[in-house]
Design a protein around this ligand. Structure first.
Ligand code: BES
Ligand code: MN
Ligand code: ZN
Length: 500
């Protein structure tokens, strides 16, 4: 899909469709007013008939509006101007895109960057529109033939002619494209099934990005390399699998040489059967999504390479398959992690923390400014927070606040849970330094407590994305979250340049 920002004359433009907003109570947006004027009140006449209320998600397609060169005008409900948030704005754009799709329209002018909103600047509206349009255009590669995207050229109308405003709008477009592309990359990796998207496949994709981008270098450590590093926790998880483990390291050098990097660590379990502590059968297919943390950090690397951010960033992806087998780890097994700490594996289904702990120890060698790990780590997080925010836990409040801010700014939110020492006792083991599970209570927090034992030397935060990484049910599919949050967090570390 091609998206551009242009100053367009709405009266004379020849296009299959112009999209304009209607607020709550049938109030016209700026561009709807303009269209109304050129059509001698046609739009307001249609509104009075009551076919569209102005509620978010409402649409009304008008044909051959007098006085205009456009073939159609699509009116979209925008709700109350004062209630506009980034989440609502996304909804407005995606309901517009669906209406255009239904009408099989290939090209359109969208004039929705003029919504009168305190919380959202026009540039932020351009960015969100771009992101949402790209999100709408995504099709899973193996099914794309059956339902190809029709809509493929969009001009976003931007009327402000001042140089500074135009520059901001262009930057907003660039950010929207970068995040949209990174997010769709993450969705595609997430949606690919476990028989295709193996650790080896993920490593290959990461290597390809390393070849595609000049500032990105990808290195892949194999089983032998990890044995030398004594990653006994990570390796214990893949023992039951026929497909070999990989540790993928992507180094992006956009900053000065020697600048300490930000490190992202993504859980890459390409299928989580639970291992010997086998999961029940219902919805087990969804455990192909257990590499969505990995997908999101790889997707974020795509976004920041597209944006050429002037900082250094390293992505580390421990990737394994968790399977039951004669060679698999058993409940009660004790393994030694790279840190030297021993772990009693009481449940082989608590495997994410076992691969993350060694990856986090490995991250120390980069002397990171901060480390954020991203993982579909606990079912408990879905129970606690549902599908809206990611769970956030951190050993440094400043870092947690920066992540919360990035979530609010990008509309890809997180919610903090306490990482208090009080919970550490739940991980006591009679036979090792710790157990890998902490009982039924506060499962998301005890998982983070486990990880905290490997991040004492780091400024570290953990995002549990079990509730947000994919949608179940009829719309089953990876969401590409939290690529927007992570990209925003990294843009925010580059000074004011990327603020819209
Ligand atoms: N990948 C799962 C977490 C998960 C479960 C995410 C369901 C999304 C939906 C993880 O490896 C796991 O199995 N966690 C266990 C931990 C337990 C054994 C302490 C869980 O949450 O049940
Ligand atoms: Mn598991
Ligand atoms: Zn898992």
């Amino acid at each position: 899909m091609e998206i551009s920002v242009k100053n367009i004359n709405l009266e004379t433009v020849k296009t299959p469709c112009i999209v304009a907003g209607i607020y709550d109570k049938r109030k016209l947006s700026g561009s709807a007013k303009q269209l109304d004027m050129h059509s001698a009140g046609y739009i307001s006449k249609m509104l009075k008939r009551g076919d569209i209320s102005g509620a978010v998600g409402d649409t009304l397609m008008l044909h051959d509006v007098p006085g205009l060169q456009a073939e159609r005008v699509l009116l979209v409900g925008c709700g109350k101007a004062s209630d506009l948030s980034n989440l609502r704005y996304r909804e407005i754009i995606s309901s517009s895109a669906s209406a255009l799709d239904r009408a099989k329209i290939k090209k359109a002018v969208i004039s929705l960057a003029d919504l009168d909103s305190k919380p959202l600047s026009p540039a932020q509206q351009i960015r969100l529109a771009t992101e949402a349009l790209l999100q709408n255009s995504y099709r899973f590669s193996m099914m794309a033939k059956d339902n190809p995207a029709v809509l493929d050229r969009i001009s976003l109308h931007f009327a402000d002619k001042r140089a500074a405003a135009v520059k901001k709008a262009k930057l907003a477009l660039q950010i929207g494209k970068a995040i949209g592309e990174g997010r769709n990359t993450a969705r595609e990796l997430g949606n690919l099934p476990g028989n295709i998207c193996t650790p080896t496949y993920l490593a290959k994709q990461a290597s390809n990005f390393g070849k595609q981008y000049s500032k990105l270098k990808t290195t892949v450590l194999n089983q032998k390399d990890m044995e030398k590093l004594k990653m006994g926790a990570l390796l214990s998880v893949s023992k039951g699998s026929r497909t070999p483990p990989k540790l993928i390291v992507m180094e992006y050098n956009g900053g000065k040489k020697g600048d300490r990097p930000y490190v992202l660590v993504g859980k890459g379990v390409t299928f989580d059967s639970g291992g010997i502590s086998l999961k029940p059968g219902a919805a087990m297919d969804e455990m192909k999504f257990d590499m969505c943390g990995a997908a999101s950090v790889i997707g974020t690397m795509v976004s920041i390479n597209e944006l050429k951010l002037p900082i250094n960033v390293v992505a580390i992806v421990p990737s394994v398959e968790n399977m039951p087998d004669g060679a698999a780890s058993k409940p009660g097994d004790i393994v030694t992690s790279m840190s030297g700490q021993t772990i009693e594996i009481l449940n082989t289904d608590a495997e994410g923390r076992l691969i993350l702990c060694d990856a986090l120890s490995y991250s120390e060698k980069f002397k990171p400014k901060a480390v954020i790990d991203v993982a579909t780590l606990t079912g408990a997080c879905v129970i606690a927070l549902g599908a809206h925010p990611a769970g956030l836990l951190s050993n440094q409040q400043k870092l947690a606040d920066q992540i919360l801010d990035a979530g609010n700014e990008s509309g890809d939110r997180a919610w903090q849970l306490p990482l208090w020492d009080d919970y550490q006792d739940q991980l006591k083991s009679n036979f090792a330094d710790m157990a890998n599970i902490g009982g039924r209570e506060a499962g998301t927090i005890t998982a983070a407590c486990f990880l905290s034992r490997f991040t004492k030397k780091l400024h570290w935060a953990h995002l549990d994305i079990a509730g947000v990484a994919w949608h179940g049910g009829k719309q089953k599919g990876a969401s590409g979250r939290p690529v927007p949050l992570l990209t925003q967090y990294l843009m925010d570390r580059c000074g004011k340049h990327y603020s819209l």
